[in-house]
Design a protein around this ligand. Structure first.
Ligand code: NAD
Length: 489
């Protein structure tokens, strides 16, 4: 991997400010999904070493929580500056381990860094409140205090931003973190640790542990000294971690899977809507929890929409994300390609039509050629499951009530897109859609100032915005009694 600063490519875990090998000698190869080449190896830590990370975080917490909010802000801003200064290397690492095109990886670095800056500032605004007292001669109020050690378990699709969105909030609140990145994409997490160290974030405050996923997660969930668990990943693993966290009654936040509907009203220009749908579907090769998974188009413009979608999709270039002009990289591994094929086969066997998607054109074993299906119905897997691949399924609908019912026909509730200029339809859909986030006439919806999160089985809690830091804060109520009242009575 060619980096301007080769020290950003770390192949050790980072615990208590030290680069650490696994005591048991176990390790895992990290592979470039575009080429199949091994990029490096990471150690798997043993249980005792994971507990060592908790010991270190516990010791470091005492000092970190005692810093003034503006002092923590300064450290986080130094981290932000270093992330920005090293953005090209960080983007290269993302592209090589995750596969997304370099411009998208640069966008992820920018996005990830923006949370560090946002929460650095938010940490200074964790206000408690004054409560008008109902108790004679007493003063009542609340204090906000850090919850304690936070375990952060993150996925491979946004290997940098999914960490900073959690870690910056936790650190600003005064909590130490133990990050467990996905084994497919550990190098982004380790580069962040290197930069955190350079930024003066003390030993034990930002730790990155590596290991067998189920083993490490189980240890962190069972550990009573870990007070908060923040997870981003699949709903399947989220459910498991919720169960494992129950015995220690942790503060839990979950950013889980999505199955976003993309609704196009009859008043829309089919070309404009189709271009927006392509943008909302194919980012990160469809491996995005916000990806437009079910495209619902009014029957009056369905055929025109499909024609424009197909021609726009045909213009997308599939290839190694390091090459210029590439729009779509590979999927993360071969299993993801197999899953996408199975989803398409299932849809075709149940009556869908394949408009485009000739897999013989795939430039390598981990690539999936963008695919368009029409005639998709709720009994197909492409409707039920988050396909996490460049597979677009289109369904025609007749009226607003029907499309609301169709859009809500899923266990997921992360994000929904609505395209229409009819204000009555906008308001009706906005209120009726069972989703944590609804984006109207915009394929882009995320960023630091907004509360990101889902309802139903897409998650618990919110990241970003003015509430994201609350996931890492406790509210302590106080009652100061036996005070002399202001009036002297
Ligand atoms: P995943 O659930 O397989 O893995 C997520 C993390 O959990 C990784 O660190 C992984 O190593 C770990 N893990 C895997 N199996 C485990 C097990 N049995 N026990 C404990 N930990 C385990 O998810 P993924 O494939 O890495 O990511 C894709 C999923 O993430 C999709 O469902 C996507 O929608 C979701 N996602 C959600 C958001 C959001 O903000 N809501 C953002 C990005 C991704």
């Amino acid at each position: 991997m060619k980096l301007n600063d080769p020290r950003l490519l770390r192949q050790h875990a980072y615990v208590n400010g030290k680069w650490t090998q696994g005591d048991g000698g176990r390790e895992e190869a990290v592979v470039d999904p575009a080429t199949g080449e091994t990029l490096g190896h990471i150690p798997w830590l043993e249980a005792e070493q994971i507990r060592g990370a908790v010991d270190a975080a516990e010791a470091a917490f005492v000092h970190w929580r005692a810093l003034r909010a503006d002092e923590r802000c300064e450290r986080l801003l130094a981290w932000y500056d270093l992330i920005q200064a090293n953005r090209e290397d960080l983007a290269t690492i993302i592209t090589m381990e995750q596969g997304k095109p370099l411009p998208d990886a640069r966008g992820e670095v920018e996005y990830g860094a923006s949370f560090v800056r946002w929460f650095a500032e938010e940490g200074k605004r964790t206000y408690g409140e004054t409560i008008p007292s109902h108790i004679p001669n007493a003063a009542l109020g609340t204090l906000k205090e850090p919850v304690g050690i936070a375990a952060l378990i993150t996925p491979w699709n946004f290997p940098l931003a999914m960490i900073t969105r959690k870690a910056a909030a936790a650190l600003a609140a005064g909590c130490p973190v133990i990050v467990k990145p996905a084994g497919e994409t550990p190098f982004s997490a380790l580069a962040l640790a290197e930069l955190a160290e350079r930024a003066g974030i003390p030993a034990g405050i930002f730790n990155v542990v590596l290991g067998e996923p189920a083993e490490v997660s189980q240890l962190l969930c069972a550990e009573p000294r870990v007070k908060a668990l923040s997870f981003t990943g699949s709903t399947r693993v989220g459910r498991l971690l919720l169960e494992q966290s129950a015995p220690t009654v942790k503060r839990v936040s979950m950013e889980l899977g999505g199955n976003a509907p993309f609704i196009v009203g009859p008043d829309m220009d089919p070309r404009e809507a189709a271009f927006a749908a392509v943008a909302a579907k194919f980012q990160t090769a469809g491996q995005d929890c916000l990806a437009a998974n079910r495209i619902l188009v009014h029957e009056s413009i369905h055929d025109d929409f499909v024609a424009h979608f197909a021609s726009r999709m045909a213009a997308l270039t599939l290839g190694n994300g390091l090459e210029p002009e590439v729009d779509l990289g590979p999927l993360i591994h071969r299993q993801a390609v197999d899953k996408a094929s199975a989803i398409v086969d299932d849809a075709l066997s149940k009556g869908a039509t394949l408009v485009a998607g000739d897999q013989s054109r795939a430039p390598g074993p981990n690539f999936f050629v963008p695919t368009l299906l029409t005639g998709v119905t709720p009994k197909m897997k492409v409707w039920r499951e988050e396909n996490f691949a460049p597979v677009a399924g289109v369904t025609a609908y007749g009226d607003d009530d029907e499309v609301i019912e169709l859009a809500n026909d899923t266990e997921y509730g992360l994000a929904a897109y609505v395209y229409t200029h009819d204000i009555r339809r906008i308001w009706k859909l906005l209120r009726a859609l069972e989703y944590g986030m609804v984006s109207v006439n915009s394929a882009k919806m995320t960023g630091p100032p907004v509360p990101f999160g889902g309802v139903k089985q897409s998650g618990l809690g919110r990241e970003g915005g003015t509430t994201g830091i609350d996931e890492y804060l406790e509210t302590k109520y106080y009652c100061l009694g036996a005070l002399v009242s202001v009036s002297g009575s």
